[in-house]
Design a protein around this ligand. Structure first.
Ligand code: G3P
Length: 217
């Protein structure tokens, strides 16, 4: 499973990238606003740092305007994936932009039916939002599993980019289901390294090393 980091914070991306943990980046208008940076500037910086796809989201809602914004965003770098919402107009924009050879990430996907339409419109990625479904007492992981089954039934090329990931468990669950990509905040990716038994075991090993006077350097 590829790891994308869901942030517009350069320092977070750089730290994970140095560890080989970043196969791509996703941003959205909320994350850009949080960064306090200009969308074109910060996206360009991210694209220079990371080789993989960098999702940059349109803010228009009509297909023609989304297409124009998508073309402008795609000029930033060759690894831009234009992000469009899963609306009828977004699907139209997806079809046109992928027809021009651009990568398109269709976002805000909350149902299997929406995911089928994204694949039919030629999306490079579809982004089902796990956490926001869980927030309303639905099961976000069930949606990932449903889309995986449907896409495999028909050999759709669209990659499942699991998004709105809130916990380390979401990451391993997505990997078990077979999501192609999971995008998560840096803190969630880092939380995957934590285990209470690792901490407990390390404390005991270090205490024993101190008692025995073990020195390596
Ligand atoms: O990738 C989408 C993500 O940014 C949304 O996450 O936690 O706001 O639902 P969240």
């Amino acid at each position: 499973m590829k790891f994308f980091v869901d942030t517009a914070e350069i320092d977070e991306i750089r730290e994970l990238h140095e560890l080989g943990m970043v196969d791509g980046v996703t941003t959205n208008p909320s994350l850009i606003a949080k960064s306090g940076r200009d969308i074109l500037e910060v996206t360009k910086e991210i694209c220079a740092l990371v080789d993989g796809p960098v999702s940059a989201e349109v803010v228009a809602t009509a297909a023609d305007a989304m297409i124009s914004e998508g073309r402008k965003l795609a000029q930033i770098a060759s690894n831009i994936a234009v992000k469009v919402p899963l609306t009828w107009d977004g699907l139209k924009a997806c079809k046109v932009l992928t027809g021009e050879g651009k990568m398109v990430n269709v976002t805000l996907c909350f149902s299997a039916n929406q995911a089928i339409l994204a694949a039919k419109a030629g999306a490079t990625f579809v982004s089902p939002f796990i956490g926001r479904l869980d927030d309303i007492n639905l099961d976000g992981l069930d949606l990932i599993a449903d889309i995986r089954e449907i896409y495999d039934n028909y050999d759709f090329d669209t990659e499942i980019l699991a998004a709105s990931i809130r916990s380390a468990n979401h990451m391993s669950d997505c990997a078990k289901i077979g999501a192609d990509v999971a995008t998560a905040p840096a803190k969630v990716i880092k939380a995957m390294a934590s285990h209470v038994l690792t901490d407990k075991g390390l404390t005991a090993f270090l205490a024993d090393a101190e008692k025995a006077g073990i020195k390596i350097l």
